[in-house]
Design a binder for this molecule. Structure first.
Ligand code: PLP
Length: 450
C-alpha cells in the first residue's frame, strides 16, 4: 500500500478518541495504525513493512489474507451467516469431527466458544460440574485468559488487579530449569522435584476439594517454558491418583505452533480436557473451544451441561476452521514447522548464546522460541526486572524499537524476546527476520556489557 498521511491521521484520531484498549492506561498508548496485511507482513500508513515475528498475538498461524480462509468465509457468508447453537449445522459438525480426529484417542466431542479465555472458563466449569469439587490448581508464570475464572487462574501480573474474581484458584510452581525454584541442575531433577511439589500442594489443599489442574502444555507468554521429559506424564499420574481433571491449555500452542496438531502429542501425556482457540482459524473470525475426553463427555450424557453461548460454533468461524485443516494437510504445514524449527531457528538461536553476552538461554520447539536476555550470563540477572515498566523497561523498549526500525515486529515480554512467526513464513523471510533480531541484540549487549 502507498503512504497515506490523511488515512493515518483519521485512523489515529478515531482510535484515540473512541477505542478503549485492553490492558492499558488509555492516555499512555499510541497504537500503530495498520493499513494492510498479507502473508507474514503488515504495513502501516507510512508505507513501512513489518515482518510479523509474533503472528499478531500468536494466532495468525496461516498469515494475513490467506486466500483459502478468505474464500471459505465468503462462501459461508453467502450460504448461511449464522445459526443458533441448539440447531445442527454442517460446518460446525464438520469442524468438530476434524478436531476430534486429530485430538488424542478417546476425545470425540467439542464445545465451541468465542476464544481462549472462554474455552478455559468452560473447561473448568465441566471439571467442577463433573467432579462436584471446586478448587483449580494452576501455575505461577501462566496465562489463561481474562474472563473472571480464567484471570483468577492466571499466574502473571495481569491477575493482580483481579485477584478476588474466583476464590477456588490455587497456584503452584511449574518446571523452569533456567530459573529453577527447586534448585535442580538437570531436566530429570527439575521434573521430579516439580512433581513432588505439585503432589505436596495437592495434599495440603485437600485432594477431595480439587476439581482440576490446568497447564499450558508449553507455557506461552510467560516464557516458552518447555516441560522437561516426564513432567506432563507425571501430572497425568497425579490426576489419576487423586481423581483430578487434567486440563491442557493449548490456546497458544494448538494447531501447529510446535509442529504437532496439539502440543500434548509431543510430551506423551493425555489430558481430560483440551482447550484451543487462536490457530484453529488464525483468528479470522473469533473461535475457541474445549475438546472433551469420552470419560468427561459421558458424565454429561444424562446430566445437563450448565453453560452456553449465543455464538457457540459460529458458521463463519467454523468455515475458516475447516479451511485451516485443508491448508494444513495440502501444504504440509506441520512438516514445514518442524523443518524450519530444527533446521533454521534452533541452530541460529543457539549460536546467539555464544555470540551475544546478553543472551542467557534460548528454548523452544517448532516455530515457538524464547530468547532470555540477561545482564550477566553467570548470575543470570534478567536484562530488566520482573514486570518492569517505565525507565526499568528501557533496554527492552530500545531493543524492540531497533527491530521495528529494521522491519521486524518482535514479541517481547519482561526480559524475553519470543520468535513466533506465522507458520507459512518463507524461509528467506525467516532468515531475514532472525538477522534483524540478531543485529538488534547489540542494544541488549551494550547493557549486558556495561
Ligand atoms: N490461554 C493461553 C495459553 C493464551 O495464550 C491465551 C491468550 O493469549 C488465552 C488462554 C486467552 O485467549 P483469548 O485472548 O482468546 O481469550
Amino acid at each position: 500500500p502507498l503512504p497515506d498521511a490523511a488515512a493515518d491521521a483519521r485512523v489515529r484520531s478515531d482510535d484515540r478518541s473512541h477505542v478503549f484498549h485492553s490492558w492499558s492506561a488509555q492516555a499512555a498508548i499510541d497504537p500503530l495504525p495498520v493499513a494492510a496485511g498479507r502473508g507474514s507482513t503488515f504495513w502501516d500508513y507510512d508505507g513501512n513493512a513489518y515482518l510479523d515475528f509474533s503472528s499478531q498475538l500468536v494466532n495468525l498461524n496461516l498469515g494475513h489474507q490467506h486466500p483459502d480462509l478468505v474464500a471459505a468465509i465468503q462462501q459461508q457468508a453467502g450460504r448461511l451467516s449464522t445459526i443458533q447453537p441448539a440447531m445442527a449445522n454442517d460446518v460446525r459438525g464438520e469442524l468438530a469431527r476434524l478436531i476430534s480426529e486429530v485430538a488424542p484417542d478417546g476425545f470425540e466431542k467439542v464445545f465451541f466458544t468465542n476464544g481462549g479465555a472462554e474455552a478455559n472458563e468452560y473447561a473448568v466449569r465441566m471439571a467442577r460440574q463433573s467432579t462436584g469439587r471446586r478448587k483449580v490448581l494452576s501455575m505461577y508464570r501462566s496465562y489463561h485468559g481474562s474472563t473472571s475464572t480464567a484471570i483468577s487462574l492466571t499466574g502473571d501480573p495481569r491477575r493482580w488487579a483481579n485477584d478476588t474474581a474466583d476464590a477456588g484458584a490455587v497456584r503452584f510452581f511449574g518446571p523452569y530449569l533456567y530459573r529453577s525454584p527447586f534448585h535442580a541442575e538437570t531436566p530429570e531433577q527439575e521434573a521430579e522435584r516439580a512433581l513432588a511439589h505439585l503432589e505436596q500442594t495437592i495434599q495440603l489443599e485437600g485432594p477431595q476439594t480439587i476439581a482440576a489442574i490446568i497447564i499450558e502444555t508449553v507455557v506461552g507468554t510467560n516464557g516458552v517454558l518447555v516441560p522437561p521429559p516426564g513432567y506432563l506424564p507425571g501430572v497425568r499420574a497425579l490426576c489419576d491418583r487423586y481423581g483430578i481433571v487434567y486440563i491442557a491449555d493449548e490456546v497458544m500452542v494448538g494447531f501447529g505452533r510446535l509442529g504437532e496438531w496439539f502440543g500434548i502429542d509431543a510430551f506423551g501425556a493425555q489430558p481430560d480436557l483440551l482447550t484451543f482457540a487462536k490457530g484453529v482459524n488464525s483468528g479470522y473470525v473469533p473461535l475457541g473451544g474445549v475438546v472433551i475426553s469420552d470419560r468427561i463427555a459421558r458424565a454429561f450424557d444424562t446430566m445437563p451441561f450448565a453453560g452456553g453461548l449465543t455464538y457457540s460454533g459460529h458458521p463463519l468461524a467454523c468455515a475458516a476452521g475447516v479451511a485451516t485443516f485443508e491448508v494444513f494437510r495440502r501444504d504440509g504445514i506441520l512438516e514445514r514447522v518442524r523443518d524450519l524449527g530444527e533446521r533454521v531457528v534452533e541452530p541460529t538461536l543457539r549460536s546467539w548464546v555464544e555470540r551475544h553476552p546478553s543472551v542467557g538461554e534460548v528454548r523452544g520447539r517448532g516455530l515457538f522460541w524464547a530468547v532470555e536476555l540477561v545482564r550477566d550470563a553467570e548470575t543470570r540477572e534478567p536484562l530488566v526486572p520482573f514486570n518492569a515498566a517505565g525507565a526499568d523497561a528501557a533496554p527492552m523498549v530500545a531493543f524492540a524499537t531497533a527491530a521495528r526500525r529494521a522491519g521486524v515486529w518482535p514479541f517481547t515480554h519482561f526480559n524475553r524476546v519470543h520468535v513466533a512467526p506465522p507458520l507459512v513464513i518463507e524461509e528467506e523471510e525467516l532468515r531475514r527476520g532472525l538477522g534483524v533480531i540478531d543485529e538488534a541484540l547489540a542494544v541488549a549487549d551494550e547493557v549486558a556489557a556495561g
